[in-house]
Design a protein around this ligand. Structure first.
Ligand SMILES: NC(=O)c1ccc[n+]([C@@H]2O[C@H](COP(=O)([O-])OP(=O)(O)OC[C@H]3O[C@@H](n4cnc5c(N)ncnc54)[C@H](OP(=O)(O)O)[C@@H]3O)[C@@H](O)[C@H]2O)c1
Length: 305
């Protein structure tokens, strides 16, 4: 069996993520063409062996696989628009953060211009690109995911969520939302400790250890929320209402903003007022979930590849 030839790769957009991605492909010996609106950002990559393109159209022409880690859908439209004539036969992997509908709209535009489309979401930081600590989510063309999987895996472990181009984005936003709540909680706690003269560096390792334990608790929360069986949970609404109430009162008394935890306190208060104080904390899910379930996309039950 003949060895697979490494396809050339184009990276459109050399911000923090794009530069890390282009660097990863240089490290694996791919022929890499790069383009960025602000041309100076290409220079360090060109010095490492990348080919610098003067325009996005020239960059798209240079390779069958066009990876687009730009800021958002507006930037993607502005970069790809003038390159439309070069798109037929290409595979576009759009890694910009967007809503599912924005991803579907760009997917349709790319398809109209004769290219295959894969939407992607980067669950990584610039420094965790091409390391086991990052992972990317994809949806859209199955053919693109399968043919270019070795290249996708250069960037990070790759998970495929089916043919709806919006599916990667809703899963991305869901995972990001989990992290944002935890990170906002950390910043609030840093402010609380700051009010008594303790620096944030003291909190970081303690909070990290606590979050590791909480991560291990997620499957149990998921089981309860998924089944609606809230009676046996180890951590009740009433118990957490006391703790969150204390946190909010202590913060307010010390002049620390309570904006991060006020919404959770309100949810726990409502749950208790509805007679569910002895249900598991996870039963807050009942106050949050949409009644019309689907949200306009294909129903996805997890990664499929
Ligand atoms: N940074 C992270 O930790 C991280 C983690 C996961 C996912 N992401 C996602 O990755 C994507 C890129 O993030 P980043 O951190 O790499 O951002 P960044 O460093 O701010 O880079 C933004 C990139 O988009 C380009 N750009 C912005 N507006 C443009 C326009 N109108 N036309 C053409 N190019 C435009 C910038 O070009 P110029 O250089 O010319 O400004 C630059 O190449 C975002 O969707 C972000 O949500 C970021």
């Amino acid at each position: 069996m003949s060895e697979r030839t490494k396809p050339s790769v184009t990276v459109l957009g050399l911000g923090r993520m794009g530069a890390a991605i282009a660097g990863a492909f240089l490290g694996t010996g791919h022929r890499v063409t790069v383009w960025n609106r602000t041309a100076a950002k290409a220079e360090p990559l060109v010095a490492r062996g990348a080919l610098g393109a003067a325009t996005a159209a020239e960059a798209v022409t240079a390779a069958p696989l066009v990876i687009v880690p730009l800021l958002g859908p507006g930037a993607v439209r502005q970069a790809l628009g003038p390159a439309a004539a070069a798109l037929p036969g290409k595979t576009v992997v759009n890694l910009a953060n967007s809503t599912p509908d924005e991803a579907r709209e760009i997917a349709a535009w790319v398809a109209e211009h004769g290219a295959d489309y894969l939407d992607g979401a980067m669950m990584a930081l610039p420094q965790t690109v091409a390391t086991p600590d990052g992972f990317f989510l994809y949806s859209g063309s199955r053919e693109a995911f399968t043919s270019f999987r070795p290249e996708l895996e250069v960037m990070s472990p790759a998970h495929y969520f089916g043919t709806d181009p919006g599916a990667a984005e809703i899963h991305d936003l869901a995972v990001l939302g989990t992290g944002y709540a935890a990170l906002a909680g950390f910043l609030h706690s840093a402010a609380l400790l700051d009010s008594v003269g303790t620096p944030p560096e003291v909190l970081a390792p303690l909070a990290a250890q606590w979050l590791n334990g909480m991560a291990a608790f997620l499957p149990e929360l998921a089981r309860e929320a998924g089944s609606g069986a809230y009676a046996e949970g180890v951590s009740t609404v009433d118990l957490n209402r006391v703790a969150v109430g204390n946190l909010v009162r202590l913060s307010a008394a010390g002049g620390v903003a309570t904006d991060v935890h006020d919404p959770l306190k309100a949810l726990l208060d409502r749950r208790a007022a509805d007679g569910h104080g002895q249900d598991s904390f996870s039963s807050v899910f009942e106050l949050l979930r949409a009644r019309n379930t689907q949200g306009g996309g294909t129903r996805v039950r997890g990664p499929v590849g």
